[in-house]
Design a protein around this ligand. Structure first.
Ligand code: 1CP
Length: 355
């Protein structure tokens, strides 16, 4: 496979190297706000059939790149393919979130879990990565991803989406060593899963820790941070002579960004509840930062979107190490034209922040 990359702004920025402008990609850039995504999902039948079909997963990965001048592609898959591979039986009911046929709700159920054979159970993901790399042909880098063990664990224990996480919180209080064991199992599986994505061609990886900050800081450190640390320690960090940067995104991390920066990751995602200027102080410029425009801004006028881009760039300030993104995924109700306004504004306004 060719390793030449026409646009390596993202990879250079994640390593805090100087670049002429700020790179931009968008969490959930392939998804329901795009009519062509909805058409391809209908063609596949349902969401999981789309994930399991490498040609169609490649097609939806490419769709946002055809519309917008984005600096990266992100693998089309889901964080919940990992527990599905562990035997929990993932399914989606139309109009509802993810669910598991066999949630893991007792100490015995946790003890019965095993690290799956990822090549056998998740081979369709690695095939999608190879297909996307061929199709990208060096245009922009491909980001692979997984969920954090705690975030994935919330779905495994609660059996689906949750707001308050009653079952996993009770486990943390009453049987913390059982939750430690669950975190280790998911972390070990995730190391194998992400390393196989990297072997297949992923050029950077992101760990989505959407729910870690629901924990009190000490529990966050014990369950979410420690298990992400195990993943960072186990990942392939260089391939074909090039670094493979690791991005950790704990939504709502706030001052915990300081702890996250000490894991040895290369970059941290930041949501809109922390100013990038403050985030930069928390991490003392040890890592690159990614974010953090409020996704709700995309519901506003073009002028307001441009102003939001301008203030996000200004908050990070001058110098390398900023990847433009939203502070969380783009939502299904957004008008696709508005994302074009955002991407164009980053191209136009960001060169002033680089020498
Ligand atoms: O009906 C559909 O089309 C399903 C919607 C959908 C999509 C488009 C789901 C179900 N997953 C995805 C793709 C996806 N999920 C991607 C790749 C696409 C891209 O980024 O372009 C990624 C990175 C994810 C990650 C993901 N899945 C997270 C972490 C990021 C985040 O947004 O917080 C989480 C928590 C999930 C679980 C999940 N899968 C799907 C949904 C609707 C959810 C969220 C459920 C909930 O809110 O609890």
């Amino acid at each position: 496979m060719s390793t030449e990359l026409a646009n390596d702004l993202l990879l250079r920025t994640l390593m805090r190297e100087p670049v002429p402008r700020t790179p931009v990609w968008i969490m959930r850039q392939a998804g329901r706000y795009l009519p062509e995504y909805r058409a391809t999902r209908a063609q596949a039948g349902d969401f999981m059939s789309l994930c399991r079909n490498p040609e169609l997963a490649c097609e939806v990965t490419m769709q946002p790149l055809r519309r917008y001048a984005l600096d990266a592609a992100i693998l089309f898959s889901d964080i919940l393919t990992v527990p599905d591979a562990m035997g929990l039986g993932l399914y989606f009911e139309t109009g509802e979130g993810p669910k598991f046929e066999r949630p893991v709700q007792t100490a015995d159920a946790v003890r019965a879990l095993k690290v799956p054979d990822v090549e056998k159970e998740l081979g369709y993901v690695f095939e999608a990565v190879r297909t996307i790399r061929r199709e990208l042909n060096g245009k922009v880098p491909l980001i692979g991803f997984a969920g954090s063990p705690f975030t994935v664990g919330t779905y495994m224990v609660e059996g689906g989406s949750s707001r308050e996480f009653p079952t996993i919180r009770a486990l943390a209080q009453e049987s913390p060593e059982v939750l430690d064991h669950l975190m280790s199992l998911i972390a070990e599986t995730t190391v194998e899963y992400l390393n196989a994505q990297i072997e297949a061609g992923a050029q950077a990886v992101q760990i989505f820790d959407t729910w870690g900050s629901a924990l009190e800081p000490d529990d966050f450190r014990r369950f979410s941070l420690a298990s992400m640390q195990r993943i960072v320690d186990g990942l392939i960090r260089e391939k074909d002579g090039r670094k493979v940067p690791v991005i950790l995104f704990t939504k709502g991390a706030g001052p915990l960004l300081e702890d996250l920066a000490d894991t040895g990751c290369d970059a941290l995602g930041v949501d809109w509840t922390t100013e990038l200027a403050d985030a930069r102080r928390y991490v003392s410029d040890k890592v690159a930062l990614q974010g953090n425009l409020n996704p709700a801004t995309l519901r506003e006028s073009p002028e307001t979107i441009r102003a939001g881009v301008a203030s996000t760039l200004a908050s990070y300030g001058k110098g390398p190490g900023h990847v433009f993104n939203l502070g969380h995924g783009i939502t299904p109700d957004i008008d696709p034209e508005n994302l074009g306004v955002l991407v164009d504004a980053v191209h136009e306004l960001s060169p002033a922040y680089h020498d």
